[in-house]
Design a binder for this molecule. Structure first.
Ligand code: SF4
Ligand code: SF4
Length: 337
């Protein structure tokens, strides 16, 4: 058991990281709550009204990136905003758009898979006293996978004519894609369960395995950093090459060798900035201007809540699918392909 002084010291030494852990925990708990409420919503219809009705939490649409990608295509092409999964489109557009300024802040502060991968990686470090490194040839082999997956999904959506995308958005399958996702986990097959366990299990040895090699969502958000607007810079004159920055980097970036971190995997988590023992040697910059280390996370969350609040106030958050339609869709869910 760590002493109170130890905790106070940690908070003083790395306040952004401690805040990040707290925010990660809050979002994880919030998403668990969303999951439970969504299950209760489903059960109301599944039991033909025997269990009480619970409002469907719109935030569940954040787990429907393909539908959101289709919605984005239609929105950009026709100006029509998705009324089937509007919250999904709002969240997806914000997370992808925000990446130009905030890099993958979504990955390091909000994403539950990123949080789980990071925590499991920390557990692995405790168990094995280290996080393992993949040999360079394996890293080269695995790294393209997430970009190939991304290319596949983006290519599919771009090549699809807009009228087909509109048709898809209005299909019963898309309308209940969140229910389908729930059913997948409720009746998960041996293969599906094995895959999930394997992905999380690999993070025990290789921190954030899924995020590093397989996540197309993270790869898409990472592309926002191509313009290099926001980056961590290293002052080569004051750096004493202690490598603390590289040791704490969850994305395994060789920060101690870079003049500026331009790697697309950088999540802007600021762990390196807070770990550096030499004052002002590692700094976060926006358009090459040094900013306070709180600037990126605070600006990200202020904008996030403004966007979500605006979407709610202007009717771009709740689906138009009404009670009777849900009743019909969920009753027929197993037959909808
Ligand atoms: S380079 Fe720094 S800010 Fe980027 S992911 Fe690594 S530790 Fe986080
Ligand atoms: S932690 Fe700071 S001093 Fe140490 S290598 Fe990284 S930038 Fe240089």
């Amino acid at each position: 058991m760590k002493s109170r002084d130890w905790y106070v010291k940690q908070i003083k030494r790395k306040p952004v990281q401690i805040t990040r852990y707290v925010v990660q925990t809050v979002f994880l708990l919030f998403l668990l709550y969303v999951g439970v409420r969504f299950y209760q919503f489903y059960m109301h219809f599944e039991t033909l009204g025997e269990s009480p009705f619970v409002e469907r939490p719109a935030a569940v649409e954040g787990f429907l990136p393909i539908s959101a990608l289709m919605g984005l295509k239609i929105w950009l092409g026709t100006g029509e905003f998705d009324i089937i999964h509007p919250a999904g489109l709002v969240l997806f557009s914000f997370f992808v758009g925000s990446a130009f300024f905030f890099r993958r802040t979504f990955c390091s502060w909000i994403c539950p898979i990123g949080t789980a991968g990071e925590w499991i990686g920390r557990l692995g470090k405790k168990l094995f006293k280290r996080n393992f490194e993949a040999p360079t040839w394996l890293t080269w082999l695995l790294t393209p996978i997430k970009y190939l997956l991304l290319l596949f999904f983006i290519g599919m959506v771009i090549l699809m004519p807009t009228y087909s995308a509109i048709e898809f958005i209005n299909t019963p399958y898309n309308k209940i894609s969140d229910i389908k996702m729930l059913l997948f986990f409720l009746h998960i097959s041996g293969f599906g369960l094995g895959f999930v366990v394997l992905m999380f299990g690999l993070s025990l040895f290789y921190k954030n395995f899924w995020c590093c090699f397989l996540c197309p969502y993270g790869a898409l958000i990472g592309l926002g950093a191509i313009f290099r607007i926001t980056k961590v810079r290293r002052n080569e004159e004051t750096c004493m090459n202690c490598e603390m920055c590289t040791k704490v980097c969850p994305s395994r970036i060789k920060v101690h060798k870079a003049a500026a971190v331009t790697n697309l995997n950088c999540t802007g988590c600021l762990a390196c900035v807070e770990a550096c023992p030499v004052k002002d040697t590692l700094t976060m910059t926006v358009a090459n201007k040094k900013v306070n280390k709180w600037f990126i996370p605070v600006a990200f969350f202020v904008l996030f809540f403004i966007v979500v609040g605006f979407a709610k106030l202007t009717g771009h958050w709740e689906t138009i699918i009404h009670y009777e339609e849900w009743k019909q869709l969920i009753t027929e869910a197993n037959n909808i392909q």
